[in-house]
Unconditional design. Sequence first.
Length: 355
Amino acid sequence: MRVALLYRGMAPADAPSARLEPMIEALGLAGMTVELLAYDDVWAPTLTRRLVGMAGVLVWADPLSDAGDRRHLDQILREVAAAGVWLGSHPDVIDRIGTKEVLVTTRDLGWGSDSHLYRTREDLRREFPGRLAADGVRVLKASRGNGGRAVWKVQLPHGAAGREVSNDVAVRVQHARVRDGSANLMPMSVLLAMVGEVFDGWDGTTRLVDQEFVPGIIRGIVRCYLVGGSVVGFARQYPEGAQPRGPLDTIPSPRSTPDAVMGLPSAKTMYPADEPALAPLRESVESDWVPGMMARLRLHEEQLPALWDVDLLMTEAARFVLCEINASSVIPFPPQAPARVAAHVREAIRRAQDR
């Protein structure tokens, strides 16, 4: 049972990140032969021939990175899957659960929020100013991205909510990758032109999602890691200066106000799947929200990725709100995850071979 573990590299001989070593070891202990393959579009044809000879492929490559996007890689993976190779995360499934559009398609579930989809620049110009005027603050997210790329919090000056927002009204814009609380002021027309550029991405298929702002971001986020439909662990991320007090409680920094906080530092505190304080959340994810998502998107559990995660914000009313789903390149992961992933991969490949 040969399994390829594919990751981005600058050269074909590049080794994977040391953070993937536990996954490689677990796959080997589960009886699989692991082949490490560095990927770049330049030598993709050679890799394609090798991938077709595998029983399965696991991929660690972000949708967007300094090395480019995944358009070419995803096309290769579709061809490999059509040849009968099992994929740990199929690009067609990533398109349905791993883009920000999932916020809109599942907004009526328990994790849902007030979210809307803009398919064109015209939709954005026509609809966004009114929603911003009603709420005073909204979050715009490109449908494809990771690491805070193309995510903006847009805020009207205090006291301006409820008024008509014209093109020359100044708005406060904070990018998720800027984590020091700073923001830029710009006319609404400039904002619309700037964020409208996302519609050109990914061969013109990128969309823009407009989500309500959740002030509970000052308490950080909860990340739920899943193998298939089962939670295998959790992580907590906190704003700069926040003090954790148990798996859910947080003492915010005096600097951590809803106006200031947007993006979070990448450091994570891991918790096991059986953490008692997170048991109700696990029950909701496994028994309600993920099954509800599958029903909306017409997915079967065996189509879910071998390793994926759900990022949730917390409201002051102790409700969890979906922030995003990462379905293509989850790292780091809880220490319990590799063994669960390996068992899942082995069983999934056996089922595929028996068909």
